[in-house]
Design a protein around this ligand. Structure first.
Ligand code: ATP
Ligand code: MG
Length: 273
């Protein structure tokens, strides 16, 4: 239940002439778990919209499971790639939470019983099980965001893309999003998460792709991307390495520690009593 994605020299120009993607080459392997980061306007959302046919490349190619996406209809792509929008209000249109989540799997032609089960599971995963009959617009922004994620989960696509899933979430919401990503990954699905939250990314992602001005500036594991030689490149796209990465470098720790590992390292180097 997992497929690779490839972008080959993808250029995307909006109708007003904005060159949002300026030659992107990226391969995301089957079952990989990748975060895309970069300053506002660097092209992150434009990039992921190429993957489900919402936008089509101006130049270059997108391959989904080896097939040129240009040869696939939006409906065919929807069965393979689920994208939870950055702005949930552009995604949500139903008057009831359950109906919203049921729309995707029903549209994919799934049987009623499967749709119901998928809706239950998706609402459970985002913590909205008891809100099924609510009007989405009576929920706050952070819960509409979770609803938009649930709608994508219910489609059970081999590729799941979450555009800024942690925006507006409190610690519990962030923990939920992390658990969702980890579970999808364990199931072997290909997961792409866009985020501004460097701590979240450093502690969740296995691979980080850094975008700057429509191009890929850095690509590697969190330890590689947040390593000291890359700090100027990160700064050029207004990203800061995490505090543990900076303190870890000062302490001469190898790699990029998580917050917990850093606390442990400092604790171990300090005489007790
Ligand atoms: N519909 C549109 N029409 C014209 N230009 C657009 C449109 N959507 C985005 N852009 C422009 O394309 C560039 C890339 O935007 P995009 O939304 O992909 O960036 P992003 O990295 O997702 O930013 P953010 O972090 O703010 O979400 C920006 O210059 C943006 O202003
Ligand atoms: Mg965006």
């Amino acid at each position: 239940m997992s497929i690779p994605i490839t972008l080959e020299s993808v250029v995307f120009v909006y109708p007003d002439g904005t060159r949002a993607l300026d030659g992107v080459d990226l391969r995301i392997g089957s079952g990989e778990q990748v975060a895309i980061v970069g300053q506002n306007g660097s092209g992150k959302s434009t990039l992921v919209r190429q993957l489900n046919g919402l936008l089509r490349p101006t130049e270059g190619r997108v391959l989904i499971d080896g097939t040129d996406a240009a040869a696939l209809h939006v409906a065919q792509l929807a069965a393979k790639v689920g994208l939870a929008f950055q702005n949930p209000d552009r995604q949500i249109f139903a008057g009831r939470v359950r109906a919203e989540v049921a729309f995707g799997p029903r549209n994919l032609g799934r049987a009623d019983a499967d749709v119901e089960r998928a809706v239950d599971e998706a609402l459970e995963a985002v913590g909205l099980s008891r809100t099924g009959e609510a009007n989405p617009y009576d929920l706050g922004y952070s819960r509409r965001k979770l609803l938009a994620i649930a709608s994508i989960l219910a489609m059970r696509t081999p590729v799941v893309i979450l555009d800024e899933p942690t925006t507006g979430q409190d610690a519990r919401g962030v923990a939920r999003v992390r658990a969702i990503i980890e579970r999808l990954s364990e199931e072997g699905r290909t997961v792409v998460t866009i985020s501004h939250d460097m701590r979240f990314v450093a502690e969740t992602a296995r691979r980080i792709v850094v975008m700057r001005a429509g191009r890929i500036a850095l690509d590697g594991t969190p330890a590689e991307v947040f390593a000291e030689p890359n700090w100027p490149a990160l700064a050029s796209t207004y990203l800061e390495p995490t505090l543990p990465a900076r303190v870890g470098a000062r302490l001469g720790l190898v790699g990029t520690p998580t917050e917990a590992a850093l606390v442990e390292a400092i604790g171990a180097s300090r005489p007790v009593g």
